[in-house]
Ligand binder design. Structure first.
Ligand SMILES: NC(=O)c1ccc[n+]([C@@H]2O[C@H](COP(=O)([O-])OP(=O)(O)OC[C@H]3O[C@@H](n4cnc5c(N)ncnc54)[C@H](OP(=O)(O)O)[C@@H]3O)[C@@H](O)[C@H]2O)c1
Length: 303
């Protein structure tokens, strides 16, 4: 008596329920049509009797035909309309038909979405991935500018000193860098007699205890140097050869003074890859009493 199991309820699934409901609806529709038919027959007989036996509207005729014929025909038309509704419209375009059409539409949409997904995976995803990859791997720092003077063969120095004296180039260097951070290698820093006025010096050295005058910032890597200058709207990399080479991938601009001659040198600027950089300015300067060589101020911006 305690182990009595609950009786399993008979399960009717949704589809079966729908079929039953539909059959009940069809029966009701057909019943109504049948009643309409019977009423129509009785009504037609009544109209005939009313006219022929009772003499109602006996003289009312249209085009030589008694009015009751028109009335019966009109009713017959209504009955036919009802008939068509039950056996054609409701059967073929009823609720089931609507659901079928909806299912077809949903299916078509699913196929379209699937195709779009495949297209995105095939075409757009690799592009998006490569953009993300580029962004993640790009070292470029906004407005980080390399400033350099180099001969025709990219010569920049010898015996830790410059190879020429071009006063207009020095003036331009001063005008561009004043008020900004200037990042340099330890050897370039040591080539100056003293720190340059109106500029924040950042010196890069691997030495743990490199001593520099007050106000000069010493760091142990190029990345740290760039970080120290991050609030500057335009920090400059001012050399020398080792630092230029390492800083080139980070720079977004190069201010190059191309000295139009060949020189004996031991330090060089790296080749500018024209596929990555585009020349945006080129101002030529002639030789004169203060300038032993012809030179050009070139500006390159990263493409
Ligand atoms: N023409 C121009 O526009 C121009 C401009 C600037 C300089 N220059 C010339 O370039 C020459 C100097 O260039 P350079 O290549 O010999 O020396 P540099 O680049 O000025 O300095 C090299 C030094 O920087 C430090 N350093 C380099 N990479 C580092 C890193 N990743 N991490 C930490 N420290 C690092 C090291 O210092 P430690 O040895 O202390 O570790 C290294 O010895 C000179 O002749 C100078 O006149 C020319």
């Amino acid at each position: 008596m305690f182990g009595l199991k609950k009786k399993d309820k008979p399960q009717i699934d949704k589809e079966q329920l729908e079929l039953i409901k539909n059959a009940q609806r069809r029966i009701k529709q057909k019943k109504r049509l049948y009643i309409h038919f019977v009423i129509f027959l009785i009504g037609a007989v009544f109209l005939i009797i009313a006219n022929t036996v009772l003499g109602i509207g006996k003289n009312t005729m249209f085009f030589g035909i008694n009015w009751f014929v028109y009335a019966i025909l009109a009713w017959l038309f209504l009955f036919l309309y009802h008939f068509v509704n039950v056996f054609i419209t409701s059967k073929f375009m009823g609720k089931a038909w609507e659901e079928q059409q909806l299912a077809k539409l949903v299916n078509q949409q699913k196929i379209r979405i699937e195709k779009l997904k495949q297209q995105i995976e095939k075409e757009d995803l690799p592009i998006a991935k490569s953009e993300v990859f580029k962004q993640q791997n790009s070292k470029v720092v906004n407005n980080l500018t390399i400033i350099v003077a180099a001969g025709e063969n990219n010569e920049i120095g010898k015996d830790n000193g410059l190879i020429w004296h071009l006063s207009d180039d020095l003036k331009r260097f001063k005008a561009l860098t004043s008020g900004h951070h200037i990042i340099m290698g330890r050897k370039t820093f040591e080539s100056f007699p003293k720190p340059l006025p109106n500029r924040t010096h950042i010196v890069i050295s691997r030495q743990a205890n490199y001593k520099a005058p007050e106000g000069v910032i010493v760091v142990n890597s190029l990345e740290d140097a760039i970080l120290k200058a991050k609030k500057d709207t335009q920090p400059f990399i001012i050399g020398g050869g080792e630092i230029y080479k390492q800083a080139l991938p980070f720079a977004s601009k190069i201010e190059l003074t191309r000295v139009h001659s060949n020189f004996d040198a031991d330090t060089f600027f790296p080749e500018i890859d024209k596929t990555l950089w585009k020349e945006t300015a080129n101002i030529f300067h002639t030789k004169d009493a203060n300038h032993e060589f012809e030179f050009s101020f070139l500006t390159f911006e990263r493409k």
